[in-house]
Each structure stands twice: as C-alpha cells, then as structure tokens.
Design a protein around this ligand. Structure first.
Ligand code: SAM
Ligand code: SF4
Length: 472
C-alpha cells in the first residue's frame, strides 16, 4: 500500500508513522541521482521530503570528496549539527527535532565512514557509495535502536543491475549505466570512493528507459557514469550501441550522457553522434589541461593534439554540436609554459562552457604525494586567467546565437530583477531565459521555440515564437 500522510506503515517488527527527511547533497550529478534513489527507498518507510531541517526526523548528508572545498562544507555542516542536536533534547525550538537521526553517505562516508562515526557524537550512522540501495535497511536498524554503525562494503557481484527510481514529476530522468572508475587519474579520488567499473547490461537499460518513457512520462534521459565511454567493456557492449538502441524508443525525445573520458571515445560513438536524431547537440568532454607534459603527469593517456582531433571529428559528425570541458588550474609543479598551453587550447577548442577548478590535493592519490612548488596564490591567479579567457570565448559564441531560433524544454520559473522569467535548455545545453506572454501563462515542462534576442557570456535571453505544449 502507498503510505499516506496519516497512515502508519508496518515493516518487520516496527511501525513507521509518517516522518520527514531532510537531505543535503554535495558534488556531482551521480550524487544527486543517488539522493533521488535514497528518497525513493525511504518513501517505502513512510518518509517524505522536507526543506526545513527543523522539521526533519532524519537528516542525511550525501557527501563529495573530489575537492577540499566540498569536504570542508560537509564538516562545517556536521559541526553545526553537534550543538543543534544537543540543544534539541533540551529545547526543540532551537532548530532540530528531539531524537533526530543523523546520517552521512556518499564519497567521504565511503572512505572515512568508520572514523566519522567514532569521532562525531552527533552522527548516528554512515554509509558508502555502493550501499545506497540498502538505505531502508540502515534506517530500520537505526529506528530499531542500533546506533553508531558504518556500512562501507563493496558490492562484489559481477553484475550491476538496478531499476531507475524517480521521485519527481519532471520529464527529465538520470539513468545510471555504469558505476565506478578504473582510470586512476593521478589527482582523482573517485576510483577510491566509487570502486571498480561495472556496467549494466544493455538490454536492462533499454527496458528501464522504455518503462520510464511509457509509464513515467519521461522524454529526456541523461545516461550517467564517472566514465560512460567505458560502458559495456565488461560485457562486449558499447555506449554507441546503447544510444542507437535507445534511439528506437518512441516518445523519447532527447538523450544525453555524462561524463566522458577522451581516451575511451570510440569510432562507433562518433558515428552515433552522426546518425542519432535524439542524441543532444552537446558533449561534455573533460580535457583537464592543454599541456602534454601535465596530461602525462595526470595519467590522462592522451595528448592535446589527440583531444583536438577528437572534437574535430565530433563536430564533423554533427555540425550543431557544442562542446564543454573541465580544466584543472595549477596541477603540481605546472610551469608558466604549461599553463600557457592550456590558455592556447581554450582558443583552439572553442568550448561552449567549462567547469574549472584549482588543483586540490586528495589524500591517497599520486598527485598528493608529488613535491609541489606551487602556492595557492599562483593557482588562484592561473584559475582566474583561465576563466577570463574562457568568458571572452563564450561571449563571442553566445553573440552568434542572436537572431536564431532554438527549441527549448522549459524547466522553471524565476524572478530576475523583479521580472518574471522562464528558463529552459536547448539541445546544445544552453540555458535560455524568456518572459511569458502573460504572467498567468504556465510553461512548465513545455517545449517552446525561442528566438534569441540578446546574449552575454553567461546568459541568453529570447522571445517565444511558438509554444508546442508538453510534447514537441
Ligand atoms: N570522470 C570525469 C573525467 O574523466 O574527467 C570527471 C569526474 S570528477 C568528479 C569531475 C571533475 O573534477 C574532473 O573532471 C576534474 O576537473 C575535477 N577534479 C577531480 N579531482 C580534482 C582535484 N584533485 N583537484 C581539482 N579538481 C579535480
Ligand atoms: Fe577521476 Fe579520471 Fe575517473 Fe574521471 S576518469 S573519475 S577524473 S579517475
């Protein structure tokens, strides 16, 4: 039976009255998707989501370990919980409910779960990245009175088999196709926090997406993995093959995938970009650096020339394709010349946008053990130079959109300087803002054709030419 606001659900020996969960997610799309899975499992134990921490019976932090900043944010939030939880028992008005249960999941919990439990009195349990689907069991244990446990085991089975869970009513869904990463780039913590690569079988993914399209009204799917280009290697299948199979699903309008490693891009994937009508006109392909010597020290297994050649092939396969990337500024001992090579690559690659980060040493990785001479100031300055160079490139690209018409799937409404605007994404993953024809008009999840009227490096404004409704 579906739980309602007032019914109590009996699971095993325990009664579960309606309760609230507050969740904070840090980091990448994989984590956001894991949070969605967690929420879906918890609804079976009568939990609904709350945006107010003070309303919550259960607080979950889904953590990220990729850079120090995300780490620090989590520790600071966890620190705040100590006082709040201690006060809650005396005076619940102070911010948390009495008897609230606090849990931490995700990448930090995977590697440090047991230490966290020992160190932080306010933390009731911790769980790693490979046991997300067992969250119901862990919450059950906590309500059965068991406290201070950590579950950080790996799934040792050969298969990776799941069913996508969605808890929202939107036509966009994330679908995990591969987990883990075998690449061990020298700076990256992910292989340690997400384990070895394991792909779902192609047939299972196709069935899953068909179900989402037919029964949950999904129209746009983002295929997810730390390195989706490795998809299927363990089963003799490939991402290109999967895309062409998904192409056949009637009612599926757009397909995206993220994130990719240039080394694993195969010819059949390039061909999928040429032949697929549903694959979006966008590719996120992290390059990390424009310097071959830095790429070598990063253990990325390609050169800047190989990368530029690859994006050239992609653009030849689909001339409408936009390409975005990730860049790390100030990798250990990066010289000024190596940094300049990255600035040059930005000019050559003409990325649509980039995510850029200052190098952050992650304990346990090879790069963290390098004797590094760079200072935070140098890294900060190089990061600003990269970002400023990219903004100029982006502005010129966006100016080229003015006067053209794009089909947009509308995601949300907001207020910008007192003016109501709707926002959606083009197939090439660009955000477009537009004013409604009338304030009452509801464009939520509509497909609209928008003519771009103005653009800056970061934002694009347009006017609606045609509202196609909820199906294009
Ligand atoms: N799998 C993707 C790939 O191959 O590029 C990236 C996944 S990682 C979670 C996302 C981005 O974080 C990376 O592309 C990289 O730019 C950045 N990143 C990872 N480790 C980092 C570190 N130690 N310092 C700074 N940025 C880092
Ligand atoms: Fe990290 Fe490299 Fe794996 Fe991406 S491919 S998740 S950067 S180790």
């Amino acid at each position: 039976m579906e739980p309602t606001e007032t019914t109590t659900v009996k699971v095993g020996e325990l009664e579960f009255p309606p309760r609230k969960v507050w969740m904070k997610t840090y980091g990448c799309q994989m984590n956001y998707h894991d949070s969605e899975r967690i929420m879906s499992h918890l609804s079976g134990l009568n939990f609904t989501k709350t945006d107010e921490q003070s309303d919550a019976d259960l607080v979950i932090f889904n953590t990220c370990a990729v850079r120090d900043l995300a780490n620090q944010k989590f520790y600071s939030h966890l620190g705040e919980m100590k006082k709040l939880k201690a006060n809650a028992d005396i005076n619940p008005e102070t911010g948390l409910k009495k008897n609230v249960i606090v849990a931490a999941g995700g990448c930090i919990a995977q590697t440090e779960g047991k230490e966290l439990i020992g160190k932080y009195k306010q933390l009731d349990f911790a769980f790693g990245t490979d046991v997300v689907d067992n969250i119901g069991e862990m919450v059950y244990r906590a309500y059965a009175g068991e406290k201070k446990f950590a579950v950080t085991s790996w799934d040792r089975s050969d298969n990776y088999s799941i069913e996508t869970k969605i808890t929202h009513g939107s036509p966009m869904a994330f679908v995990n196709i591969i987990k883990g990463c075998d690449k061990f780039c020298s700076y990256c913590i992910v292989p340690f926090t997400r384990g070895r690569e394991k792909s779902r079988r192609l047939e299972e993914v196709v069935k899953d997406v068909r179900r989402l399209v037919e029964f949950s009204g999904v129209q746009e799917v983002m295929l997810l993995g730390q390195n989706v280009n490795s998809y299927g290697k363990d089963n003799g299948e490939s991402l290109g093959q999967l895309i062409m199979e998904l192409e056949e699903i009637e009612g599926l309008e757009r397909l995206r995938y993220t994130t990719s490693h240039p080394y694993d891009v195969t010819d059949d994937l390039v061909e999928a970009h040429r032949n697929s009508k549903k694959l979006a006109n966008h590719l996120h392909l992290p390059v990390q650096s424009g310097s071959n010597t830095v790429l070598q020290r990063m253990l990325r297994e390609y050169t800047a020339e190989h990368y530029l050649d690859l994006i050239g092939k992609m653009r030849a396969a689909n001339p409408h394709m936009t390409i975005s990337s990730d860049i790390i500024a100030g990798f250990p001992n990066e010289t000024e010349e190596e940094h300049e090579a990255t600035l040059r690559l930005l000019d050559q690659a003409q990325f649509d946008f980039i995510y850029s980060y200052a190098f952050s040493a992650r304990k346990g990785t090879k790069a963290a053990r390098m004797n590094d001479v760079l200072t935070d100031d140098i890294r900060g300055r190089r990061l600003r130079e990269i970002q400023n160079r990219q903004l100029k490139i982006q502005e010129a690209i966006r100016q080229g959109m003015v006067g053209k018409t794009y089909r947009v799937l509308v995601e949300e409404k907001g207020l910008s300087k007192g003016v109501t605007k709707w926002t959606g994404r083009t197939s090439c993953y660009r955000l477009v803002h537009f004013e409604p024809e009338t304030l009452e008009r509801d464009y939520q999840w509509h497909w609209v054709d928008v003519e771009i009227t103005s653009a800056t490096a970061l934002s694009t404004q347009g006017k609606v030419l045609r509202d196609l409704g909820k199906r294009p």
